[in-house]
Design a protein around this ligand. Sequence first.
Ligand code: NAD
Length: 314
Amino acid sequence: MVNLEGKVALVTGSTSGIGLGIARKLAAQGASVMLNGFGDAEGPLALVREACTRPSQKVLHHGADMGKAAEIEAMMRFTVDALGPVDVLVNNAGIQHVAPVEEFSPEKWDQILAINLSSTFHTTRLALPSMRARNWGRIVNVASVHGLVASAQKAAYVAAKHGVIGFTKVTALETARTGVTCNAICPGWVLTPLVQKQVEARAAAQQTTLDDARLGLLSEKQPSAEFVTPEELADLVLFLCSDAGRQIRGAAWNMDGGWTAQCSLRSPAAARLRSSVVGCSPYFEYGCAPLPSPEAFARRAAPLLYGARWPRGW
Ligand code: NAD
């Protein structure tokens, strides 16, 4: 798909999930790869080395904490010394924490902002000078559908991912007359350890099986009712790295099984409520009919959709 022979790729948060999938595909196209992330590094190193196609390729790991600027600086120096200047930068490291705003711990807020957003600024500011000097580079920021729309209980994550998309646009504008591009990709649900934790929490809260919890999670938000895979996202990254991606700049490209194509009132939950909403035609489900009056919505549908948390009034 794209020849990355002789190129150097750095993928943050690549000891697991989406990052590992992206690192493997970059290696399969000929890039030397710097992995980053916590936990066992030997397994991921072996998997990415296995994907390499040329003897000259190198695959290494640096365990920098992406929440700490000094460690990110050390990782960037280590990468240049060991592999050469970074050509492909994939900002992927991310964590999640779920709680209502008033119960959200300030420490978790700071941590999520640092890892999910500020790390992207630090790696980019450090990689850009050499990309500009060689007039070629690809920066791909793994945002989320939560960079485009919100979900309750994910204040820090949603704020950080919206920030990533804003930062992506600024970087794309500042590099618009160069061979460096910067884009964000916005996955919907991908069944990685990050989401598995949410599946398990849901199964426990609802006293249901893991299969039912997975299906419940999907059917609430993702119309395809299928998870996006790391491999599919990695192919999107390869496309953005290709010559065909040269004029894609500042995009927030969703791969979300239709999640962001729908308005929230067309979600399956809203569809189930259709019959209980005063004044709604069958077309309500498809967003073709006028919405019910605010009074009708607040009286009948909103408490069912949002429970006791529904704020009275609009
Ligand atoms: P994951 O938990 O499988 O992997 C996260 C990776 O980040 C791991 O390698 C982990 O070690 C690393 N990491 C975590 N904290 C770190 C830190 N402080 N410093 C360095 N590395 C750290 O998660 P994933 O689902 O593969 O998520 C990857 C990215 O994709 C995240 O940015 C996430 O927000 C985004 N995303 C995931 C989904 C999904 O459904 N899984 C959807 C949209 C966006």
